[in-house]
Ligand binder design. Structure first.
Ligand code: HEC
Ligand code: HEC
Ligand code: HEC
Ligand code: HEC
Length: 501
């Protein structure tokens, strides 16, 4: 079976059934792989490796994951690209077909910081090890984590060396460095030399006393002769730098024939642009939605071919990566919202939340509309996700009452778990109208208030679509949650009628 596939039609239009067979026949194939899905996504996002002969080695370049360990599924996971699980299955498909894959990552696994990000970084590194990465660089987000977390995640495990390397970044200082400066990988009879640097501009933004960074050009100058001496067939430079800085480095060191940069466009270009020195510049896009694959061939006329690979649903899910995600979610669950160091922030109004059920007795019509909308089961969505996500602040923030959606932090008196605040489950009334505990108490007669005070509390909750300014305020509130990542097709005129009351 594999023999047939290593021929030129791997994943080409002619190979639909063969492709599906091999994809579905791997050792740890998850759900969702069938001919229909492969065909659908080929149609939508393009076939890959059509008409390629078997490469000697296939360099698979990834990076700039930016924390997107897995697509959230907010618009249906099948409509989103990226995630470690699909990346693993793509690599498996290639390896199962007998191609020699050399996965290499520019770095930039995470963007935020705090306990959750530390746990996530560890899980992502576990994932990269599970995918047998040959080399991984550091991005500035990674280097903002506390050094002890970085070292714990990156350190060699027994005989297994760290996949990390950097010519100019030293954790705990360069002397005590635990990552090599470069690596020569042998694959398909080729020697591929790889080194990585953090660009000077980015380095100046990493404020971490335990991380020492040398000027990039100086560090490459020290490594370059060693790569030359190693007799590499190909040399790869991973530059976490702006495309401008990367191009300057590439011009100064033309020995690198593959130069990977950060900070490019959102999606990688279809073709790799050629650098003045003859090398190829690689952009990866953002959020790990694509891999860029470069095949090396013993063909003087066409020694390399490249392909941007959309990591879409055609690849299906990989059980081992899903297990890593589940472990990550369990760790979040175990730490709990307090253990994750979440300190509730003040709501701009200074008011408290009552929960949607408290409104039902007086606002029956509004309640009925809400109750039959998706907003009223938003937390259930997270509970039923596999693995479940109801302990993940990065999911809860838009799926419960009383959080700052874009900050992934609770407001004072906001949802803090089903045990403590079950009344604040789901995306409820007060995320749009504002906290209404005082209004509820006054209207119910639990608290005495003057008529003026009662009216003031009512008026604070009023929303309206009457004037353009009122409408803009409402729409902006929707967009706090219905943002480009989580609701890319949001259109107020289409969405409002579904929840209108
Ligand atoms: C910034 C706000 C926000 C965050 C953070 C967020 N979501 Fe969502 N989610 C939404 C919105 C808005 C929708 C509805 C999208 C639409 O229909 O256009 C949604 C819908 C969903 C749906 C689809 C529900 C259905 O029934 O169709 C799933 C599943 C989901 N989210 C899971 C998650 C998970 C898992 C996470 C964390 C990784 C997450 N969400 C984080 C805002 C968010
Ligand atoms: C005990 C009855 C009662 C409860 C409980 C109650 N309200 Fe009210 N609410 C009223 C009354 C009465 C008014 C003023 C008359 C009206 O506009 O309906 C009002 C006004 C409002 C308004 C302003 C409507 C407008 O256009 O003037 C909003 C919004 C509102 N309430 C939201 C809520 C929310 C959200 C909750 C639950 C957290 C809630 N109310 C709980 C009785 C109640
Ligand atoms: C605090 C976050 C948040 C805000 C604010 C918000 N939404 Fe949502 N919305 C969600 C989430 C989360 C979902 C997905 C719920 C699910 O199915 O799990 C959703 C789903 C929806 C849906 C699909 C519901 C269905 O029944 O299929 C519509 C329509 C919608 N929102 C409209 C709006 C509109 C219009 C606004 C502004 C007036 C708005 N939303 C404000 C978080 C929010
Ligand atoms: C997705 C945001 C959103 C959610 C959730 C929401 N509302 Fe509203 N609500 C609005 C907007 C926007 C208006 C103004 C509509 C208009 O002017 O036509 C409104 C209007 C109202 C009004 C005034 C109605 C009127 O015409 O006077 C009340 C009362 C109200 N909502 C109560 C509630 C209650 C109670 C809940 C929860 C059961 C709730 N709302 C959930 C956005 C929301």
């Amino acid at each position: 079976m594999v023999m047939v596939l290593t021929r030129s039609v791997f994943f080409g239009f002619a190979a639909l059934s063969v492709t599906a067979a091999v994809l579905a026949g791997g050792p740890e194939r998850g759900a969702g792989m069938d001919d229909g899905i492969v065909a659908t996504f080929r149609e939508r996002n393009g076939a890959v490796f059509a008409d390629w002969p078997t490469p000697q080695a296939l360099l698979v370049l990834t990076g700039e994951l930016d924390g997107y360990i897995e697509p959230c599924g907010c618009t249906g996971k099948e409509n989103q690209k990226g995630g470690l699980s699909r990346r693993q299955n793509f690599l498996r498909a290639v390896r199962d077909a007998g191609w020699e894959a050399v996965p290499v990552d520019l770095g930039g696994q995470v963007k935020r910081f705090g306990r959750q990000t530390e746990q996530k970084f560890q899980s992502i590194v576990d994932g990269l090890r599970g995918m047998r990465y040959a080399a991984v660089g550091f991005g500035p987000g990674d280097l903002r984590l506390p050094a002890e977390e970085l070292v714990a995640a990156v350190a060699p495990i027994g005989d297994e060396p760290t996949p990390y390397l950097s010519a100019n970044v030293g954790l705990l200082g360069l002397d005590a460095n635990i990552t090599p400066r470069f690596r020569v990988v042998e694959a398909g009879g080729l020697k591929i030399g790889i080194t990585a640097v953090l660009g000077d501009e980015e380095a100046s933004r990493v404020r971490n006393d335990d991380v020492e960074v040398l000027p990039a050009a100086e560090a490459i100058a020290a490594v370059a002769p060693q790569l030359t001496a190693a007799g590499c067939d190909h040399q790869v430079l991973l530059a976490w730098a702006t495309p401008e800085e990367t191009k300057r480095l590439a011009a100064a060191f033309p020995q690198f024939d593959i130069v990977v940069t950060a900070g490019g466009a959102d999606e990688p270009p279809f073709e790799l642009p050629q650098l003045p020195g003859g090398g190829r510049l690689v952009e990866l896009g953002h959020k790990g939605m694509y891999a860029v694959a470069i095949g090396f061939f013993p063909d003087a006329a066409r020694p390399i071919r490249s392909q941007r690979v959309p990591l879409d649903a055609r690849w299906g899910e990989a059980d081992d990566m899903i297990a890593i995600l589940a472990t990550y979610q369990q760790k979040l669950e175990t730490l709990g919202l307090e253990g994750l160091g979440l300190v509730p922030i003040r709501h701009p109004s200074g008011r408290r939340f009552a929960g949607s059920a408290a409104c039902a007795e007086c606002h029956a019509d509004a309640f009925e509309v809400w109750e039959s909308s998706g907003h009223a089961t938003a937390l259930t969505t997270l509970e039923e996700a596999v693995p479940r996500r109801d302990g993940d602040p990065e999911c809860l923030s838009c799926h419960v009452v009383g959080w700052a959606p874009q900050r992934f932090e609770p407001f004072e008196g906001g949802f803090m778990g089903m045990d403590k605040t079950p009344q604040l489950a789901h995306q409820g009334c007060e995320n749009c109208h504002g906290p209404a505990a005082a209004h509820t108490a006054v209207e119910r007669g639990d608290v005495r208030a003057s008529t003026a005070e009662r009216d003031r509390l009512r008026s604070e909750l009023v929303l309206s679509l009457d004037t353009p300014a009122d409408r803009e305020k409402v729409v902006n509130n929707c967009l706090e949650c219905h943002d480009l990542d989580n609701s890319p097709h949001f259109d107020f005129d289409e969405y409002w009628p579904v929840v209108e009351h």
